[in-house]
Design a protein around this ligand. Structure first.
Ligand SMILES: Cc1cc2nc3c(=O)[nH]c(=O)nc-3n(C[C@H](O)[C@H](O)[C@H](O)COP(=O)(O)O)c2cc1C
Length: 185
């Protein structure tokens, strides 16, 4: 798939059907993160791929209200990192930037393979830490919900989520965030 097509095809779908999770699939995604650019090649990202049925079901308890649709996940990728593992240049702290880029590379690769990889912030980092044995000093930055898009609307979805499923939510026009040659905001 062309990069532009992958970017345009990617959606944060919430109606999911199951997929088989293989080690090859996980390694394929991980290798996309592995070669992502990072400050000083620091590679600050760490990921837990949760796909074992029992643990995946326990992950339901870490999800915030409104994210019940994610109970249909075939895999949840837990995105981890810590400040000290990447550049800190005066007040510029780069780990979340680099980890975001690596995670987007995985999301686009999953899209290319025909899957949904939907990042979420609606979860409890504390409960996630407790369940998966993640130490306090590591940030739980995001979860990525993985599955396949289903035509059948997930009954756990709200009206707004159903509306968003059919049509990509509206974006700001370019003029609101693109400036030419000087700051125009
Ligand atoms: C950091 C981040 C956090 C998000 N958190 C949630 C979430 O908790 N629940 C949810 O349903 N979607 C979540 N989303 C998905 C966004 O709602 C979605 O990307 C946005 O509405 C645009 O839709 P699109 O990605 O299909 O274009 C999150 C996306 C990002 C990048």
């Amino acid at each position: 798939m062309d990069v532009k097509v992958a970017i345009e095809t990617r959606r944060a779908y919430r109606s999911l059907e199951p997929i088989e999770i293989t080690k090859d699939f996980i390694n394929d995604l991980a290798k996309c993160a592995q070669i992502t650019a990072s400050c000083f090649n620091n590679q600050p990202w760490q990921y837990i791929f949760v796909y074992e049925k029992e643990i995946l079901e326990k992950m339901h308890e870490v999800l915030s209200s409104g994210n019940e649709w994610a109970h249909k996940a075939s895999m949840i990728i837990v995105v981890l990192g810590k400040k000290d593992d990447d550049c800190v240049i005066h007040d510029r702290i780069y780990y979340r930037f680099d980890i975001g880029m690596a995670t987007e590379a995985m999301i686009l690769r999953a899209t290319e393979l025909g899957f949904v990889a939907h990042p979420i912030a609606g979860y409890s980092p504390k409960k996630t830490r407790e369940l998966l044995g993640i130490p306090e000093y590591i940030d739980v930055i995001a979860l990525v919900i993985v599955g396949k898009h289903s035509d059948k609307i997930n009954p756990a979805m709200s009206e707004k989520q159903i509306k968003d499923e059919g049509k990509r939510p509206k974006r700001k026009p370019l003029k609101d965030f693109v400036y030419h040659n000087k700051y125009e905001g």
